[in-house]
Design a protein around this ligand. Structure first.
Ligand SMILES: NC(=O)c1ccc[n+]([C@@H]2O[C@H](COP(=O)([O-])OP(=O)(O)OC[C@H]3O[C@@H](n4cnc5c(N)ncnc54)[C@H](OP(=O)(O)O)[C@@H]3O)[C@@H](O)[C@H]2O)c1
Length: 209
């Protein structure tokens, strides 16, 4: 199969599009034909881009959010079926999705939403997970609480606005971009930037000290 592989520490100059062996699914794994893969700009600065959990490993295939169609499953891989449209955030410590095929733990796959095409689905996992962790795992956001979301028009922010609204919170967002498509989800989306807000907060904090 064709894949993009990274051959040494560095930036995009280390990436080579080349022929590599097609992987086979082992117990509990699935082989997925990749239809679309997301690109994370900072990924080549992560340790996991150059190693497995146990040892350094190069060359390695980057890319960790993707959508595709299940082509084969290994023994005991009962979470998905051949032909199923799926999407996932993959384990950062193994070969990723910038390839024609990827092998992944079947339990890491979810059905692709019917309302999204493959490109759209591949762009969801990392941004949405980041928003979820910030709001719920760390922020413990509860229904009825107020939440301020800066960068509400960004990749993470646009999921945060929707998830907070879904949780039943009172959502306030800031964005410099056109705000009309966010106004339905955020009760108060302000056409401002972080800088004036932070200055104002700094001033208020200084005055109260
Ligand atoms: N995307 C991911 O999967 C992911 C995962 C983990 C961590 N992160 C981190 O989360 C942060 C946001 O990532 P993202 O992917 O959402 O980025 P993004 O799509 O580029 O969105 C960032 C938003 O920040 C706003 N912004 C930029 N400069 C600003 C300034 N000077 N003042 C006020 N607002 C400003 C922009 O708002 P306007 O559009 O309104 O101008 C933009 O929409 C980054 O620090 C990133 O490293 C992202």
């Amino acid at each position: 199969m064709k894949a993009i592989r990274i051959h040494g520490r560095g930036g995009p100059e280390q990436l080579i599009y080349e022929e590599v062996p097609k992987p086979s699914p082992k117990r509990g794994e699935a082989l997925v034909e990749v239809m679309a893969a997301g690109v994370t700009p900072t990924e080549l600065s992560w340790s996991s881009a150059y190693a497995t959990r146990d040892e350094a490993e190069l060359p390695a295939i980057p890319g960790h959010e993707f959508s595709g169609i299940v082509e084969a499953v290994g023994p005991d891989a009962t979470d998905v079926k051949v032909g199923q449209a799926v999407y996932a955030l993959t384990d950062f410590w193994r070969d990723g999705s910038d390839a024609e095929y990827i092998v992944i733990a079947a339990s890491d796959l979810a059905s692709k939403p019917r309302t999204l095409d493959f490109n759209q689905a591949a762009a969801i996992p990392l941004s949405a997970l980041t928003a979820w962790q910030g709001l719920f795992d760390y922020g413990m956001l509860a229904p009825g609480q107020k939440v301020l979301i800066h960068g509400a028009a960004g990749g993470v922010g646009s999921f945060a606005v929707q998830l907070a609204n879904w949780r039943g919170a009172h959502v306030i967002g800031t964005a410099s971009a056109p705000i009309s498509r966010f106004s339905a989800r955020s009760e108060h989306t302000r056409p401002s930037t972080i800088r004036p807000f932070v200055l104002k907060m700094w001033f208020m904090t200084s005055m109260s000290c």
